[in-house]
Design a protein around this ligand. Structure first.
Ligand code: SF4
Ligand code: SF4
Length: 185
């Protein structure tokens, strides 16, 4: 059912808008003075002089992690490139001279213009070799070529990996699991 609304007949004061304009100017002036002398009320960040920290879960520019001896941790297994829905990771693998490490990437390139920052690559990596927790936002560039992050570039942001080689699998854990200690059934 409809509701009957009685219109207010505007008198001369209302029609002149003087009171309403004065109310508006008062409100704006009060807010202006509050912002001028009480900066803590301002939620605007004066970018780029002031920058808010990204949350720890922010997916930023990719980085490749290093081993304890400083070598790149990636073993060029191609799992990240296979999982990547944007097909923007290019890896060229080579044999490693260390017999304990099968392969390493001679080329590791990510086309950041194609990347959708989904995080599938770091999820797919079995050895904590690629991460997106750099806290660095990918910046715009003048050319498309500059958006291709190569191995050296990815290593510039590199962190030392804290993961154990081969995941958290240990011979003693394995023995424990076999004897029913801490193993999954
Ligand atoms: S974040 Fe997603 S789109 Fe970007 S490289 Fe990784 S898997 Fe590919
Ligand atoms: S970053 Fe990880 S998943 Fe990608 S090739 Fe290297 S080891 Fe494999």
């Amino acid at each position: 059912m409809g509701k009957l609304v009685h219109r207010v007949e505007p008198d001369l004061i209302l029609q002149s808008y003087v009171v309403e304009v004065a109310k508006g100017v008062t409100l704006v002036t009060r807010q202006f003075l509050r912002n001028l002398f009480g900066r803590k009320d301002i939620v605007t960040v004066q970018y780029p002089e002031e920058r808010k920290p990204y949350t720890p879960r922010f997916r930023g520019k990719h980085l490749l992690t290093k081993r304890d001896d400083g070598q790149v941790r990636c073993v060029a297994c191609m799992l990240c490139a296979t999982a990547c829905p944007a097909n923007c990771i290019t890896i060229v693998a080579a044999e490693h001279r260390d017999a304990d490490i099968e392969k390493y990437p001679t080329t590791f390139e990510i086309d950041l213009l194609k990347c959708i920052y989904c995080g599938f690559c770091e999820e797919a990596c079995p050895c904590d070799a690629i991460r997106m927790d750099s806290g660095v936002h990918t910046l715009p560039t003048f050319t498309r070529r500059d958006q291709k992050a190569g191995k050296v570039n990815l290593l510039e942001l590199a962190k030392r990996s804290t993961a154990a080689q081969g995941g958290d699998f240990r011979a003693d854990n394995h023995a424990g699991a076999l004897h029913g200690r801490g193993g999954h059934h």
